[in-house]
Design a protein around this ligand. Structure first.
Ligand code: CA
Ligand code: CA
Ligand code: CA
Length: 133
């Protein structure tokens, strides 16, 4: 159960970023999250998503226990579908690096490419929502 909760947390980061705490994504602590900071946070967790250590993230990395939690499975599958640019069912580091960032884009309400303090609340809500799925 503990590992499931950890996985749910990880998955929210997968689609969103890498740190559970939005403030930690802001690595230079200037009160704004840039696309680069967001992407870096996401990449930092690649090895953790790649649970079987074969260098790619795929359905094979979904823990067996997630079978009993369809929402987790679905989130994982959505993560793969979102990042899998060439549609071969596996996500490479290069694909994740260039993957769309829907959660970032949603939070960046004025589309200036950074998430400022007021927009961070939206990002936080988005992350929390995914964690609670
Ligand atoms: Ca920053
Ligand atoms: Ca893998
Ligand atoms: Ca791929």
């Amino acid at each position: 159960m503990k590992s499931l909760i950890a996985l749910a947390g990880l998955l929210s980061l997968a689609t969103a970023a890498a740190a559970q705490d939005v403030d930690r994504i802001d690595t230079n602590h200037d009160g704004q999250i840039t696309r680069a900071e967001f992407a870096a946070a996401r990449m930092a967790n690649f090895a953790r998503f790649d649970r079987n250590g074969d260098g790619v993230v795929s359905a094979a990395d979904i823990p067996a226990i997630a079978r009993f939690r369809p929402s987790i499975q679905k989130t994982f599958q959505n993560f793969i579908a979102n990042a899998d640019a060439n549609g071969d069912g596996v996500v490479t580091r290069a694909e994740l690096a260039n993957a769309p960032m829907p959660v970032f884009d949603r939070a960046d309400a004025n589309h200036d490419g950074v998430i400022d303090r007021s927009e961070m609340a939206t990002l936080r809500a988005g992350l929390a929502q995914m964690r609670n799925q």
